[in-house]
Design a protein around this ligand. Structure first.
Ligand SMILES: *[C@@H]1O[C@H](CO)[C@@H](O)[C@H](O)[C@H]1NC(C)=O
Ligand SMILES: *[C@@H]1O[C@H](CO)[C@@H](O)[C@H](O)[C@H]1NC(C)=O
Length: 464
């Protein structure tokens, strides 16, 4: 991204979110670092703005970039749902008044918004595996329900879908115009926000799709681990990681003081306030330009927000260094990566099925996958984050297949642990599929440090 685009993007971002909560835009004027591969800077407000992901015109995208003699074979898309209403309320305060109906005269807007609503109202239960068929297909409450997708969230994914349409369908002809049901693979967790995000992306990607050709599978686990979820060692890593998190929090006296102050303002015990995860609500206030809540005792303010957000950034830093989360991630991400390489391998054999796979998921889905791939510098998944695997065939050597990996439009292929520095000794601007396969089938267990070389052994390692 050039400097001008960066500044335009920045100028666009500032007034939307920060004005009401008292952030001056003066201090923000500097060049954006690469939001996918450069580690978080320690500016909590800037990090929060990236996290909001307010739809802007300057969307970066390196998807689909390949030399002419490469043919796109299949695409595997992992998304986090778009902007949502908080999952928690700050005790004894009025919850933010945000309208979750979809209307044309509210920003952010997308030209396909009304058509999306109209198309969703024609949808039928037959397109969804139970219990998805009991969920609403688009957000529709004048006061958002807890966790509900907002108009911002819908627009974010309509944009993602349209961007992927321009690249993969119009430019690379991934699907024929008369594509069939079995050429798509669609899967979502059972929350309305993930289903609706998946539908918005799909609508942007295939406008006015035929409902009879759509089938969304239901994934009960946020790790998308299907039949392979039982993994005791993974849970042990998670417990140790949670212990690390707890100890780091205890060491941060400024954070404890801040929670104490906020607890006084809302008049509940500090413990109760902390359990209500106030940063989740505060981010919603922040992203939607709604003032932080006040009581007769005072107001939650920007300084509180900065302290908690700064702690989150420090927590992520220590999380990378201590590697417990990496252990959790290698085991947690294996099943979904294993499924993805199987799907890729079938496509290399010439099968014309499941050429476009979409997994509509959560931060707790994308984050372990990023970590397992070795993308340790990648930012925590923002709203409507997208992680994409592209499979390519070299027309000059048809037996050779390669992959590209993109996070929020940035090519991170050579930041992965299985393809680091590959480009330094190969003229190809992508990674051999074999590298990814070898990593998923074996090397990811070797990376755990024990003697296990497969998922079952690694999950049941004694004396860990
Ligand atoms: C945010 O809120 C402030 C204060 O009400 C207002 O002046 C500003 O225009 C708002 N910004 C946007 C982009 O809505
Ligand atoms: C990995 O994929 C293969 C082929 O689809 C399958 O047989 C195997 O059970 C999978 N392993 C895990 C742990 O998911």
């Amino acid at each position: 991204m050039d400097v001008l685009t960066a500044l335009l993007l920045l100028v666009h971002l500032i007034p939307v979110s920060a004005a009401k909560n008292g952030v001056s835009s003066k201090s923000r004027k500097r060049i954006l670092p690469d939001p996918a591969t450069e580690p978080p800077v320690t500016d909590p407000v800037y990090e929060a703005l990236l996290y909001c992901n307010i739809p802007s015109v300057a969307e970066r995208s390196m998807e689909g970039h390949a030399p002419h003699h490469f043919k796109l074979v299949s695409v595997h898309v992992f998304i986090r749902h778009g902007d949502r209403y908080p999952l928690y309320v700050i005790p004894k305060t009025k919850r933010p008044e945000i309208d979750c109906t979809l209307v044309a005269n509210r920003k952010p807007y997308h030209p396909k918004l009304e058509a999306f609503v109209s198309h969703m109202s024609k949808g039928s239960g037959a397109s969804f595996e139970s219990p998805l068929n009991s969920l609403p297909l688009y957000p529709n409450h004048p006061l958002c329900e807890m966790g509900e997708l907002t108009q911002t969230g819908v627009v974010q994914h309509l944009q993602n879908g349209q961007l992927l349409r321009d690249i993969y369908l119009k430019k690379h002809k991934l699907l024929p115009t008369d594509w069939s049901a079995d050429q798509l693979y669609l899967e979502t967790t059972g929350k309305s926000r993930t289903l609706q995000s998946g539908l918005a992306l799909l609508y942007g990607f295939l406008p006015d799709f035929d409902w009879k050709k759509i089938y969304f599978r239901h994934q009960p686990s946020a790790l998308f681990c299907s039949g392979s979820c039982y993994c005791p060692v993974r849970n042990q890593y998670l417990e140790k990681e949670q212990r690390r998190q707890y100890l780091l929090r205890l060491k941060n006296s400024q954070l404890e003081k801040t929670y104490g102050e906020m607890a006084k303002i809302v008049d509940v015990p500090t413990k109760q306030l902390r359990a209500a995860n106030p940063i989740d609500s505060m981010l919603c206030h922040f992203c939607h330009n709604v003032s932080f809540p006040c009581t007769k005792n005072g107001c939650v303010d920007m300084e509180h927000f900065k302290v908690i957000k700064t702690h989150q950034i420090e927590d992520e830093k220590e999380r990378r260094e201590k590697k417990l989360y990496l252990g959790y991630s290698l085991l947690g991400a294996h099943p979904i990566l294993n499924q993805t390489i199987s799907r890729m391998q079938r496509a290399t054999e010439g099968r014309k099925e499941e050429l476009f796979a979409l997994y509509s998921a959560h931060d707790v889905t994308l984050s372990p996958v990023l970590s397992a791939l070795g993308l340790s510098e990648a930012r925590f998944p923002r709203f409507a984050a997208r992680l994409i695997f592209e499979l390519w065939q070299d027309r000059e050597k048809p037996s050779e297949h390669s992959v590209r990996i993109l996070y929020n439009g940035v090519d991170v292929t050579f930041h992965t642990s299985f393809c680091q520095d590959h480009h330094k000794h190969s003229p190809k601007p992508m990674c051999p599929l074999e590298n990814l396969v070898r990593f998923v089938k074996r090397d990811m267990f070797v990376a755990l440090g024990g003697s296990s070389t497969n998922y079952y052994d690694a999950c049941h390692r004694e004396g860990f």
